[in-house]
Design a protein around this ligand. Structure first.
Ligand code: ATP
Ligand code: MG
Length: 356
C-alpha cells in the first residue's frame, strides 16, 4: 500500500499552526480577567495576527522552496527526454538551495561533456570498424585468389618430385618447397577462418586420431631439424564430441609454435588424457619459453614476436576451443619451455546447456 501523500505546505505549516493555536489558547486563559468587549478585540487581533503569520510563512516558503523545486523537476524531466542543454536559474542564490542548483548545473555540464566524448569515440570506432571490415574483405578475397594457384603449384611440385631420380639433390629442394607451400596454406586457412568463422561441425569421434593426424603433419615439418615430436595416446579414452578439422588446426598451430620456439635440438611432447568431464591434450616443448609479462598477450589476434608470423595461430586456437565449450591454458618458464593444455568436454552439447 502506498503511504498517504501529504502536501509539503501542510507539513511545513502544521507545527506553526499548532504553536499559534497553543499561543491563542494561553492568551484566552490569560485574558479571562479582562472585561468582555476589550477581551474580544484583543483575541480578534491575536487571531488575525496568527492568520497573517501563517499566510506570510506560506508565501515565504513557496518563494524560497517551491519555485526552485518545480524548476528542478521540470529540468530533470527535460534531461529524461534526452535534452542535456538545461541549467537551473536558482544556482545564483547564496544558500543551500543555491548549492544544489550549482551542483545540478555542474552535473549537466559533465553529462554534456561525457556525451560528446562518447559520440566522438563511437564515430571513430565505427569508421575504424568499417576500415577493418574492408581490410578483412580484401584479405579474404586475396587469400582465396592465392589458394587456387597455390594448389596448382603444389600439384606441379609433387609431379616434379616424383619424376626426379632417387639420388637427385633437387629432391630436398622439392621437399622444402612443399613445406613452404604447406606453411602458406596454413596461414591462409587461419586468415580465412579468422575473417569468416564458421561454427564447429560436432561429431563424436576418437580424439587420438585427430591429434595423431596433427602430429604427423608437424613431424613432416621437422624432418630436417633435430627436433623430436613424441605422442602419448590414451587408448581407453571415450569418444569426444568435436569438429576434427578444427581441432586438428588447433593442434597444428600449437605444435608449430612449439617447434618454432626451439632453437637447435629439443623435444615436443603431446599427451592425451582426461580430467573429470574433459578430455585433455597437452603440448609441451623444451623451447625458449614465454616471459610472464607477455603471457596475457599471446592469445590476442595479430600478436606475434616472430618476424614472419601473423599472430593469428593462438587467437584462432582459443576461439575454436571456446566454441567447443572447452578451455585452453598455458604455463611457461623462460629457458625451460612451455606447455599448452587444451580441455574439451566429452559432451560439448551438455556443456553448452549447463553454461547457458
Ligand atoms: N610454445 C611457445 N613457446 C614460446 N613462445 C610461444 C609459444 N607459443 C606461442 N608463443 C608466443 O606467442 C606468440 C603468438 O603465437 P601465435 O601462434 O598466435 O602467432 P605466431 O606463431 O607468431 O604466428 P602464426 O599466425 O604464424 O601462428 C608467438 O609469436 C610467440 O611469441
Ligand atoms: Mg603460431
Amino acid at each position: 500500500m502506498d503511504p498517504v501523500r501529504v502536501n509539503w505546505q501542510i507539513k511545513a505549516l502544521l507545527p506553526v499552526v499548532l504553536v499559534l493555536l497553543a499561543g491563542l489558547l494561553l492568551f484566552t486563559v490569560a485574558t479571562v480577567s479582562f472585561r468582555d468587549p476589550e477581551r474580544h478585540v484583543i483575541l480578534m487581533v491575536a487571531g488575525a495576527g496568527a492568520v497573517v503569520i501563517c499566510g506570510v510563512s506560506i508565501v515565504a516558503l513557496a518563494y524560497l522552496f517551491q519555485r526552485p523545486m518545480l524548476e528542478l523537476q521540470e529540468k530533470v524531466a527535460r534531461i529524461g527526454e534526452g535534452n542535456l542543454d538545461v541549467a537551473v536559474s536558482f544556482s545564483r542564490r547564496n544558500d543551500e538551495i543555491g548549492d544544489l542548483g550549482r551542483n545540478f548545473n555542474r552535473m549537466t555540464q559533465q553529462l554534456r561533456e561525457s556525451r560528446k566524448e562518447i559520440e566522438t569515440m563511437h564515430r571513430t570506432q565505427m569508421s575504424r570498424a568499417e576500415h577493418l571490415a574492408t581490410l578483412g574483405e580484401l584479405a579474404t578475397g586475396l587469400a582465396h585468389e592465392i589458394r587456387n594457384p597455390l594448389a596448382g603449384i603444389a600439384g606441379v611440385v609433387e609431379i616434379i618430385g616424383r619424376d626426379l631420380p632417387a639420388t637427385s639433390p633437387a629432391r630436398d629442394m622439392v621437399k622444402d618447397v612443399r613445406m613452404e607451400i604447406n606453411q602458406i596454406n596454413r596461414i591462409l586457412t587461419d586468415l580465412l577462418e579468422t575473417a569468416r568463422p564458421h561454427p564447429p561441425l560436432m561429431m563424436r569421434s576418437n580424439l587420438n586420431t585427430t591429434v595423431e593426424h596433427g602430429v604427423m603433419l608437424a613431424r613432416q615439418q621437422v624432418l630436417s631439424k633435430p627436433i623430436k615430436i613424441e605422442l602419448k595416446k590414451a587408448p581407453d579414452l571415450a569418444e569426444v564430441e568435436h569438429d576434427s578439422d578444427q581441432i586438428h588446426q588447433v593442434l597444428l598451430n600449437l605444435l608449430l609454435n612449439a617447434v618454432q620456439a626451439i632453437d637447435g635440438a629439443g623435444t615436443v611432447r603431446v599427451e592425451i588424457g582426461s580430467r573429470d568431464d574433459f578430455a585433455s591434450v597437452t603440448v609441451s616443448d623444451t623451447g625458449r619459453g614465454i616471459p610472464e609479462h607477455l603471457l596475457p598477450h599471446i592469445f590476442r589476434p595479430f600478436y606475434t614476436t616472430r618476424g614472419n608470423g601473423t599472430g593469428l595461430g593462438l587467437s584462432l586456437a582459443r576461439r575454436i576451443v571456446e566454441e567447443h565449450h572447452g578451455l585452453i591454458g598455458v604455463t611457461s618458464q623462460v629457458g625451460k619451455g612451455t606447455a599448452f593444455e587444451v580441455l574439451l568436454p566429452f559432451n560439448a552439447s551438455v556443456a553448452q546447456t549447463e553454461a547457458s
